[in-house]
Design a protein around this ligand. Structure first.
Ligand code: P1T
Length: 489
């Protein structure tokens, strides 16, 4: 073990590159066996450790290179084995996104500063392809991967278990949420389902009382049948949330901002409540996107996204993702990802990855347009109420300012004339398309209770029947306001 550390230390000193592999214990175990899939994280997914004589060999599938550990001393190569145990020096702890960037800028000396969000969005997991130099990650449209001998492969076996395009997406998403790993799914609901599958009969879930209708439907209509009860509570009220916790509460589901009422929940405070009760704190970060809010930095255990929305950004793909730090949680969720099989196809993974590259510039415009539309609606004589965290009048504006970078493009409002007028208005816009979903470059309008939230009708989660929800796109804002003005009449 010490020898490995020394090699890693020297590689780090000499080359300034870090490729983390796994917990030191796992590395040790791997070296004891002849060949072993290591703990899988970030772009190192599928890296195998093979024993070769007295030393280990790292087979790094992304680059299709096999480096003897000894080689690292001699060669200027950007792959090293690094430890992730408590004894490893801090400088050797894995920092996958920084490492990824170093791999891209192969000859740039070690930098202290962490790469910025946009650099990560464009480069993390997306270094030029090894065989051809293709600058864009290829769509590996294959269901399986040829093996050299039984059990000997280049890190991929079967595309449900892993696909290089998906690996690139997962690496990028981990970097954007500043997490240590990400897992991509075929939809936001498939990602939610994987988390729900961490639970067992007799467990209990505490959930916000304003969440995406499909999330509530999954927990109440599917998992309650399996003996997992859910309590919905207004999570703006921390005392009520604490009261809703039971001895058997294992999951606290925090969606913020909430869909569709735009409540803003204090992630740090709710994560503390969850952890006091030994429950996992999961934040559905779909409405904010990783550019506006990073739940892991506020104490959440997992961040979840419907990548269908802002990350994909172009209304052309359905996808989901989970991001976290704890390797054990990753192992359990990766098992479920493979065992249940709700994975994205390679083209879908590629589309989400392409969307992610422009996330920050889109979110800046979504937020500017969202603020302008919210202020215009606030001042409109026929509007009774506007829910947008960027308005100073929003009851949790201060919490939003603390945990969000900007306030995004989602808002909801009510007309004084009520439900029928709201439905008429939603059908009259010309630029805002009347459609479910959100987060694309094009503006959308909908009436939640009649559309996205039909599954909570008749429950205490039901939004007001006359509530109109807008996903404000990145079109010219004056055109958007004019469209709304004509539709309200
Ligand atoms: O649609 P899917 O990719 O499966 O994601 C589900 C989901 C999860 N979490 C939030 C906060 C969501 O808003 C969604 C999907 N929401 C819509 C389709 C909608 O129009 O609200």
């Amino acid at each position: 073990m010490r020898a490995l550390r020394e090699v890693a230390g020297r590689a780090q000193e000499k080359y300034g590159h870090i490729a983390h592999v796994a917990l030191a214990q796992r590395l040790q175990d791997a070296l004891r066996s002849v060949t072993c899939e290591t703990q899988i994280e970030h772009h190192e997914i599928g890296t195998r450790i093979e024993r070769s004589g007295d030393t280990g060999r790292v087979v790094h599938r992304d680059r299709r290179v096999a480096l003897g550990l000894e080689d690292l001393r001699e060669q200027r190569r950007d792959v090293a084995v690094v430890l992730d145990d408590d004894h490893a020096p801090r400088s050797l702890r894995p920092f996958a996104h920084r490492h990824t960037l170093r791999r891209i800028l192969n000859r740039v000396p070690t930098r202290k500063r962490k790469p910025g969000f946009d650099t990560l969005a464009i480069h993390a997991g997306q270094e030029p392809e090894g065989l051809t130099g293709a600058v864009t990650v290829p769509i590996f449209q294959t269901s399986t991967f040829a093996q050299e001998a039984v059990g000997k492969n280049k890190g991929y076996e079967y595309a449900r278990t892993g696909n290089p395009t998906r690996t690139a997406l997962e690496t990028c998403l981990a970097a954007l949420e500043d997490g240590r790993w990400a897992l991509a799914f075929g939809s936001g609901m498939a990602a939610t389902d994987a988390i729900a599958h961490l639970l067992k009969t007799g467990d209990h879930v505490v959930m916000g009382d304003d969440v995406y209708g499909g999330t509530y439907r999954l927990f109440v209509r599917v998992f309650e049948q399996l003996g997992i009860a859910t309590t919905a509570v207004d999570m703006r009220e921390h005392a009520s949330t604490r009261k809703a916790m039971r001895k058997n509460t294992r999951l606290v589901w925090i969606e913020t901002p909430t869909n569709p009422l735009m409540k803003v929940l204090d992630i740090r405070a709710l994560a503390d409540i969850a952890h006091k009760g030994k429950a996992l704190a999961v934040v559905d970060n779909t409405f904010a996107s990783p550019y506006l809010q990073n739940p892991l930095a506020h104490g959440a255990d997992l961040a979840l996204h419907s990548t269908t929305k802002y990350i994909g950004g172009h209304s052309d793909v359905v996808g989901g993702a989970i991001i976290g730090n704890d390797p054990q949680l990753r192992e359990r969720l990766a098992f479920l990802q493979n065992a249940v099989g709700g994975v994205p196809g390679p083209l879908d993974a590629w589309l989400v990855l392409r969307g992610a590259k422009t996330l920050s510039v889109r979110m800046e415009r979504h937020s500017a347009n969202g603020q302008a539309v919210a202020e215009w609606l606030r001042d409109h004589p026929k509007v009774s109420r506007v829910n947008y965290p960027g308005l100073r009048s929003h009851p949790q504006h201060d919490v939003a300012k603390r945990q969000m970078r900007l306030f995004g493009g989602m808002l909801s409002f009510e007309l004084k004339a009520g439900e029928a007028a709201a439905k008429r208005m939603a059908a009259r816009t010309r630029i805002f398309a009347l459609a479910e979903s959100l987060g694309g470059v094009e503006s959308l309008i909908e009436v939640p209770l009649a559309m996205t939230h039909g599954s909570v009708r008749g429950t205490k989660l039901a939004p007001p029947a006359g509530l109109v929800r807008l996903s404000v796109g990145i079109e010219t804002v004056d055109d958007l306001i004019e469209d709304l003005a004509e539709a309200i009449g």
